[in-house]
Write a protein that binds this ligand. Structure first.
Ligand SMILES: NC(=O)C1=CN([C@@H]2O[C@H](COP(=O)(O)OP(=O)(O)OC[C@H]3O[C@@H](n4cnc5c(N)ncnc54)[C@H](OP(=O)(O)O)[C@@H]3O)[C@@H](O)[C@H]2O)C=CC1
Ligand SMILES: CC(C)(CO)C(=O)C(=O)O
Length: 313
């Protein structure tokens, strides 16, 4: 065990899906006490046979506790909040009566406002993190890891720094590199920028990134999306560099040409997407800050229409 142990004797994962199950499993296989809180089919499969962790090197069975009742978060000193963005506030309200002021909640979610939205309802600190991983749950009880698996965390609160260093040490010893950054919000905005450029278009057209960028017309729309995101970010006090953002946007499709966005996958499965917290967030924030965002607003509306059509059809 390392110096981080006294801080985090009991770790809970709230929203044991692809991300939560992966990071929970990494901590559990390193010897930490972890409880996964998730949906009944996943929990029952884990109780029966352990969690199957599929990685490049092979499949491992990880023994850990799994519960469906949010009350299982009681007494946790570290909570990984891993629900999709639309569920953040409901789950924070459910957790609140079970958490003490000394607990630390880490938001392992895309989007830039999950930690702040959760913090409104919780008695303890909530810290954002940028999640760099590719995982999926092919079936209940199984989590598949496809790439990366590192986090960037950070908070301006000086009092939290020792605990953030302890989080980094805890995960680092479990094989999950964690950087404590002074600019975690900038990093979250840069990821949001990529999500805004790729997710909605991939979802509406049900096309992978390679096919998207093969069309100059789509590249032009993506560029406009990024220009709007950068304008909103700057109006919101973030220092995003437009050229760097456009370069990052250009680099993503060649790195994963066959990939469909998570929004495309949600839509195809008839699941609610996070679009209100991606292009929808930019449209709302832009309106509040007096920045025009017609392209993000249109993409958001089109994904909402496609979702409504799926629900009705
Ligand atoms: N998957 C990936 O590779 C990556 C994901 N991310 C981000 O990480 C976050 C999590 O994504 P991901 O893990 O893929 O999402 P998942 O949908 O796989 O996982 C979330 C899980 O939480 C469950 N859940 C929701 N509410 C509750 C509740 N009250 N109690 C118990 N369980 C609940 C959901 O169940 P149900 O579906 O039934 O509501 C679902 O199983 C998102 O913000 C995503 O954008 C970031 C980087 C990569
Ligand atoms: C980075 C990207 C766009 C990769 O697929 C993603 O995070 C998503 O699909 O939500």
């Amino acid at each position: 065990m390392n110096d981080s142990t006294p801080f985090f004797a009991h770790i809970a994962v709230v929203g044991a899906g692809a991300v939560g199950s992966f990071f929970g499993a990494m901590l559990a296989r390193a010897g930490h006490r972890v409880v996964l809180i998730g949906r009944p089919a996943h929990v029952e499969a884990i109780r029966r046979e352990g969690l199957q962790l599929q990685m490049k090197g092979g499949t491992e069975r990880v023994a850990l506790e799994a519960q469906t009742d949010i009350a299982a978060v009681q007494g946790a000193d570290l909570v990984l909040l891993c629900v999709k963005s639309p569920d953040t506030e409901a789950v924070a309200l459910e957790m609140a009566p079970h958490l003490g002021a000394d607990a630390l909640v880490l938001s392992l979610q895309n989007g830039v406002d999950n930690a702040a939205r959760a913090a409104r309802h919780l008695p303890c600190a909530v810290v954002p993190s940028v999640v760099y991983v590719a995982t999926a749950m092919p079936a209940p009880g199984i989590v598949a890891h496809f790439g990366r698996g590192d986090l960037v965390i950070g908070s301006p609160d000086a009092a939290l720094q020792p605990r953030l260093q302890a989080v980094a040490a805890l995960f680092g010893a479990a094989g999950v590199p964690v950087v404590v950054s002074p600019d975690v919000m900038g990093e979250l905005w840069r990821k949001l920028m990529l999500n805004c450029a790729y997710n909605a278009i991939s979802a509406i057209a049900q096309q992978p990134y390679g096919a998207m960028v093969a069309l100059p017309e789509i590249q032009a729309v993506m560029r406009e999306v990024v220009e709007e995101v950068v304008a909103v970010a700057r109006a919101d006090g973030q220092r995003l560099d437009l050229d760097a953002c456009l370069q990052a946007m250009d680099q993503l499709a060649p790195a994963m040409p066959g990939q469909m966005s998570s929004t495309a996958q949600d839509l195809a499965r008839g699941k609610p997407s996070e679009i209100d917290h991606l292009n929808g967030f930019i449209a709302r924030r832009g309106e509040a800050l007096g920045v025009a965002t017609p392209v993000n607003r249109t993409l958001h509306a089109l994904v909402r229409l496609a979702e409504a059509a799926r629900r009705g059809g």
